[in-house]
Design a protein around this ligand. Structure first.
Ligand code: BG6
Length: 295
């Protein structure tokens, strides 16, 4: 498989392929600035982005599973067609199925692109009986753009929720803030879904947090004082934001997450988690998020 991928999609020094320790095929995209991402075909799961300067922007748990049927803990899991709990496996089917490579390119502007696709299989259809495919496009320069496109390839409308469930790597969660959600009415998953207004210009972390901010502004800033950097998170076509940190007790309960790892991560997720998207036959829905180191 790796040999075939190399033959079809390798671009020397720009797009390369490896097999990781679990035998999962992995793509590595490298931009001329030194910016680099690692992307598994399993789940179209981005596990790493090292920008031209500084540490990895994404967090990966040292205790993650790398096993078919289990989600990878860290990076950017794609939640689809369900967000959170429901009739399907948690966060849906996209993150626990292998995707295929459709295209790789070095664009005239010098950005590096890769497109991965998940198409409904007989196995997926037994769980979710709708013809579809998903395309995840990764575009790398000094910044990173991740776009998800959902295609309804059947003759009936379907509904879905989705998220780019991004785990950010921070030096110290107690010195981390999220800005941009002031005055947004959030739902708190930890307090019976109570709705409240966000009163903080800068959200800080000193306990477990798990909230959805529906219809959030399209630009948020994640300040990671310990790494002396700010990440701008800019979304398009993705209305909602979830902010999550499991803190101490939940970290201890999670099998695939180190007890202390909550100190070095925070999830700021962009997606359509709140209201299901209705997609007509032959229609395409798109949403994207741009990640950039701004200071
Ligand atoms: C977040 C949810 O999006 O994902 C949390 O809001 C959840 O409640 C977290 O714990 C991780 O989910 P999972 O399935 O990857 O353990």
């Amino acid at each position: 498989m790796i040999d075939l991928l190399k033959k079809q999609f390798r671009i020397p020094s720009v797009v390369t392929f490896n097999e990781d320790r679990a035998g999962f095929p992995e793509m590595v995209l490298t931009h001329r600035t030194g910016s680099r991402v690692r992307l598994y075909l399993y789940g179209a799961h981005l596990t790493s982005w090292t920008p031209p300067q500084g540490a990895d922007v994404f967090f990966m748990s040292a205790q993650s599973w790398f096993q078919p049927g289990r989600a990878i803990r860290g990076g950017i899991p794609v939640a689809f067609p369900q967000f959170g709990d429901g009739p399907l496996p948690k966060h849906g089917l996209a993150r626990i199925n292998p995707w295929t490579v459709i295209r790789t390119a070095l664009t005239p502007a010098g950005t590096v692109q890769a497109v991965l696709r998940l198409t409904d299989t007989p196995e997926i259809r037994t769980l979710w009986p709708h013809p579809f495919h998903l395309d995840l496009t990764v575009e790398l320069s000094a910044q990173l753009i991740v776009e998800l496109a959902v295609h309804n390839t059947g003759n009936r409308a379907f509904q879905f929720n989705t998220a780019l469930h991004t785990y950010f790597h921070v030096a110290d969660i107690r010195q981390t803030t999220v800005t941009g959600l002031l005055n947004i009415a959030y739902r708190d998953f930890l307090r019976g879904n109570i709705r409240e207004l966000e009163t903080r210009r800068e959200i800080t972390f000193d306990r477990e947090m798990d909230r959805v901010y529906p219809n959030a502004p399209d630009r948020l800033l994640l300040r990671d004082a310990g790494h002396r950097r700010t990440i701008a998170i800019t979304k398009q076509g993705l209305p909602d934001v979830v902010v999550w940190n499991p803190w101490i007790d939940k970290a201890q309960r999670m099998e695939d997450f180190g007890d202390d790892e909550y100190q070095r991560m925070v999830c700021v997720e962009t997606g359509a988690m709140e209201i299901p998207v209705e997609l007509a036959p032959a229609a395409v829905w798109q949403g994207q998020t741009t990640f950039a180191v701004v200071t």
